[in-house]
Design a protein around this ligand. Structure first.
Ligand code: NAD
Ligand code: TYD
Length: 374
């Protein structure tokens, strides 16, 4: 049995990952460590926790006592580190929190793993590692900075982060690499483009737009809406991580993960408007979700879009070259964007209680503050 410590699994991608792993691998035990910040929702994973194949520990990746106890009790042989402060806009408001969680938290996990996985030293004083262990860092294409209108990020693109979020993620990646180079730690890193899918917190573009449409609010597009992101369905990201942690040849490697699906933000917003409009026409049940019912459904059109003040330091374009992971491990994305976006929107229409749960507390205050001067 493989014992995997998955940090941040009450959040968007981590939750999708544990569901993906539990559904596909009988022989896996998952230990979730999550601090349940505003972005973590216990209810998302409650049904997966059975005390046999899946365990939950409420704690902080920065807390050495906590991570030590988990290693003693559960003896993970793999760590997949999703836990992070993940929103660029929040990092612009409060950079220090991003340093604490994303850099110091990762370093604490690396250190704990090293304490428990090193079995001795060789004649040259180099650590001897337990066999078949792996520390996997979930990173982002944002560490490469921004592209002009041409070209793609490859694994050899120099790190050039611009936002406090991406600077903290780049720093964490460098610590992971430093533990590999200095102590010979078995590590891997994946750098993925923007994910979309179920359980995405509605502070990020796609779920925010869906949620605002359902609440009858305006749709804020930063700047002129021409910034480009490269979108990947979350399950395809999960598949990539599964392949990387289970491939011995991936040890010591970094892989870019993306589906060649570049879109301008304004295209995404218009597509979400169109899709919700069409779903509302097809299904009267969905119209009941709107504050003004049938009347509200007729108002779902591009006039909801409002161009607002741009994000500071807004990266212009991200685009991933995923050819290394395709060549080395045979990974390819399975979900076409046209299908994934409909599946995602339908999930949000069918799961209003989840959205209401995660947006009823701190989110209201956040939204007012973040968008009031825009
Ligand atoms: P998220 O914000 O939805 O979830 C983060 C989770 O981490 C939450 O459950 C939160 O409670 C937990 N967490 C935060 N601080 C913690 C701490 N100190 N200790 C323990 N748990 C803590 O994030 P996400 O979108 O699922 O992203 C997951 C990872 O993937 C992040 O590392 C992010 O940088 C990376 N990533 C995200 C995207 C994307 O499009 N969302 C793309 C590429 C990479
Ligand atoms: P986001 O989902 O925050 O992801 P990231 O900044 O990590 O790529 O934003 C995606 C794009 O959408 C980004 O270019 C900023 C833009 N955006 C808006 O135009 N309006 C919004 O309200 C949000 C949250 C993002």
């Amino acid at each position: 049995m493989k014992n995997i410590l998955v940090t941040g699994a009450a959040g968007f991608i981590g939750a999708n990952f544990i569901k993906y792993m539990l559904a596909r691998h009988e022989d896996v035990k998952i230990i979730i460590l999550d601090k349940l910040t505003y972005a973590g929702n216990f209810k998302t994973i409650a049904d997966d926790i059975d005390g046999r194949r899946c365990f939950f520990i409420h704690g902080d990746i920065c807390d050495e006592d906590c991570t030590d106890r988990i290693f003693t009790e559960h003896e993970p042989d793999c760590v997949v580190n999703f836990a992070a402060e993940s929103h660029v806009d929040r990092s612009i408001e409060d950079p220090q929190l991003f340093l604490k969680t994303n850099i110091l938290g990762t370093q604490n996990l690396l250190d704990t793993s090293k304490r428990h996985w090193v079995t001795g030293k060789d004649d040259n004083g180099r650590p001897i590692w337990r066999k078949h262990v792996r520390f996997h860092q979930v990173s982002t294409d944002e560490v490469y900075g921004s592209l002009g209108s041409e070209g793609f990020f490859t694994e050899n693109t120099p790190l050039c982060p611009h936002s406090p979020y991406s600077a903290s993620k780049a720093s964490a990646d460098m610590f992971v690499q430093a533990y590999a180079d200095t102590y010979g730690m078995p590590v891997s890193i994946t750098r993925c483009s923007n994910n979309y899918g179920p359980y995405h917190f509605p502070e990020k573009l796609i779920p925010l737009i869906i949620n605002n449409i359902l609440e009858g609010k305006k749709l804020p597009v930063y700047g002129d809406g021409t910034n480009v992101r490269d979108w990947l369905y979350v399950e395809d990201h999960c598949k990539a991580i599964d392949m990387v942690i289970n491939s011995p040849e991936a040890e010591g490697q970094t892989y870019n993960v993306g589906g060649h699906n570049e879109k301008q933000n304004i295209e995404i917003v218009k597509l979400v408007i169109r899709t919700i409009h069409d779903l509302m026409q097809q299904n009267p049940e969905y119209r009941r979700l709107l504050p003004d019912g049938d009347k509200g459904a007729d108002l779902i059109n591009d006039s909801l879009i409002t161009f607002v003040k741009d994000r500071l330091g807004h990266d212009k374009r991200y685009a991933i070259d995923p050819s290394k992971i395709t060549r080395d491990l045979g990974w390819t994305p399975e979900t076409r964007f046209e299908d994934g976006i409909v599946k995602t929107i339908q999930w949000y229409l069918d799961n209003r209680t989840w959205v209401e749960d995660v947006t009823k507390g701190e989110y209201r205050h956040y939204y007012e503050q973040m968008y009031k001067d825009r």
